[in-house]
Design a protein around this ligand. Structure first.
Ligand code: BG6
Length: 257
């Protein structure tokens, strides 16, 4: 088909970026959430964007968790760290996920695969204010939080509200509240509706969406037709410099809206 030429794809990427109000989009073929779909194409594209866009010299890269980001980690190679000194940190603490796809695990794997450094942040999910304050004051935690704050690169996924609420074992009552508030998407632990209005957030430690504004390189990796609505919704909140790496499955949904 005509659209499958390189020029056609680039034109579609431009249209998508324009529609979403962000700097750049990369669209890979396929639908990663379809039965026969794979996250591999987006992971390779993310690796290429990192190769091209990471500045030379020192960078602190803050990463979120999820299957998509774990797949990105699995394709990285030491060449990414040629002429670069990379430090990987989790972007946020305490987001309940299975161990292998937690932000800590993804950041450690990215470091291992690129022969780079990493720092972990061990903070539990549910914290009352007093515990939060004393953990924050703890020097070892404070130091990692400072590194996270100083990060110049952020890599993150985007999820569907319901899927992420269930994955994080939120209570039926909280899930009910999210549904009543028409939450469609989730990123960085924030749930939002289709217009990008944040309908709930839970106190957590680390980078929030508002902190992205001063990060020179922000890369979102999310695809699949079933994530189309969540991706479009998040882009109302995303900083303008965001580079979205997605697939035809999601791009078709967004461009039809
Ligand atoms: C989670 C992040 O680890 O992964 C979420 O905390 C993100 O913010 C989600 O939405 C994406 O997961 P997946 O498995 O769809 O890549």
């Amino acid at each position: 088909p005509v659209m499958d030429t390189l020029a056609g794809r680039q034109e579609r990427e431009r249209k998508l970026a324009q529609k979403l109000g962000i700097a750049n989009c990369t669209i890979v073929p396929g639908d990663s959430t379809a039965a026969n779909g794979s996250l591999g194409g987006m992971a390779e594209a993310a690796k290429q964007v990192l190769m091209d866009q990471l500045p030379s010299g020192a960078s602190t890269v803050a990463v979120m968790g999820g299957h998509t980001l774990a797949t990105v980690a699995s394709v990285l190679t030491p060449s990414l760290a040629t002429n670069r000194e990379l430090l990987f940190v989790p972007a946020r603490g305490g987001i309940g996920e299975s161990p292998d796809i937690q932000a800590n695990a993804v950041s450690a794997q990215m470091a291992q695969r690129t022969n780079s450094k990493f720092r972990s942040l061990f903070v539990p999910e549910q914290l009352n204010t007093a515990t939060y304050k004393s953990l924050f004051a703890e020097p070892a935690i404070h130091e990692v939080l400072q590194l996270i704050n100083e990060s110049n690169v952020v890599l993150h996924g985007i999820g569907q509200a319901r899927t992420m609420a269930e994955r994080r074992n939120m209570s039926p009552q909280v899930i009910g509240d999210l549904t009543a508030a028409h939450a469609v998407g989730e990123a960085f632990g924030f749930f939002f509706d289709a217009t990008g209005h944040v309908v709930s957030k839970f106190p957590r430690i680390g980078i929030g969406i508002a902190d992205l504004a001063n990060k020179p390189l922000v890369i979102a990796v999310a695809g699949g037709a079933e994530k189309g609505t969540a991706i479009a919704a998040y882009m109302h909140l995303a900083p303008a410099q965001t580079w979205l790496i997605t697939d035809d499955g999601a791009a078709d949904i967004v461009l039809k809206k």
